[in-house]
Design a protein around this ligand. Sequence first.
Ligand SMILES: N[C@@H](CCC(=O)N[C@@H](CS)C(=O)NCC(=O)O)C(=O)O
Length: 380
Amino acid sequence: MTQLRVHGLDVSYFTGKLEAYLRAKGLAYELVEMDTRSFRRCARITGVAQMPQLELPDGRWLTDSTQIIAHFEREAPGKAIYPDDPAVRFIADLLEDFGDEWLWRPAMYYRWSFEPDARRVSDRLACSMTRDVPLPVVLRRWLIRSRQRRCFLQGDGVNRATTSAIEAVYIEVLDAMQTALSSRPFLMGERPTQADFGFFGSMFRHFASDPTPAAMMRKRSPKVLEWVDRLWNLTPDQFVDRSMPDTLCSGLDCLLGLACEDYLPYLDANEKAYEAGELQVSWQSRNIEFSTAVNPYRVWCLQQLRSQYQTMDGAGRAKVGDWLPSFGGAGGGIAVSLLRQAVGPKALALTVPPWTAASSRARTEGVLNSHWRRNHPFHH
Ligand SMILES: N[C@@H](CCC(=O)N[C@@H](CS)C(=O)NCC(=O)O)C(=O)O
């Protein structure tokens, strides 16, 4: 085996994010379509039942799209996507995390609540992910829908009372991206950064592909549609000689405002509930009350952002301290105080990847699901 093997699916949010990054870097890969058996096999190696999982040519494994990108930015530093300026890089990290995590719920909502969208993807999953399940296709399709609706709609705070707030996230992000992309090809400037890839998973695999949100994108935000194609079609020669963003461009205020006013207060509530040993967390978005399971993975996301902020030099912290309140609206000041807090006593450590089948993380820590909880339905 000489090239990278991406174990995932062609309808998957984070597989799409990783594929776009590898294409932009010019790293050849083969997409290996998962089924339930290979999903379990990969989980036994990396300790996390999720996709994508990346098999390196030397037999080592990586998982978590953000960590995989960090790995290649370290190991293959040419054609860099991380900004050189630490403060700009921090903002790109924040936007990557916001894109990764905060659009998951709207992406699942549009995919599994609307009949044409749910039909299209349950058909696809019945022939891909569950092709090794010895049941008739109709039954597989039904099981997939029921499972996704139970886990990612009912289980993630999607109900009649919260629908308007979830739709507002998608619409506001579309508008914010349309503004940011009106005068440049990528979110932060002339060159792609991790911020672009953070938004790409949801925008490409869900919003631009599932019929209901795709119609909205075509009508409302053609610049976003154009950016989706641009990023998927990106090769290193298109950006290597472009300069890295060294300051914040105008037009990012709406996006940063959403990250500071909507996402970070949730991350704060999630962390507090985790620290208190609770299983559920409640928070408000647009005056609507949500209650969802505490998500340890996102506690780790906040800890990562905080330690990145705290390890910057004084000049970098000062820039972020100026930018967040001026770009991020009222939530910007609160965001800065959140970033200044010490990492809580229950700091989470992600065992340093890559893993090999012999050093499998699962063997010592057991298998977690993609939100770092146990009891994944595909385990047994
Ligand atoms: N933080 C991970 C998230 C990966 C993730 O959540 N992937 C989804 C599919 S796009 C998944 O595997 N979900 C598991 C499930 O459906 O149970 C990453 O960045 O790769």
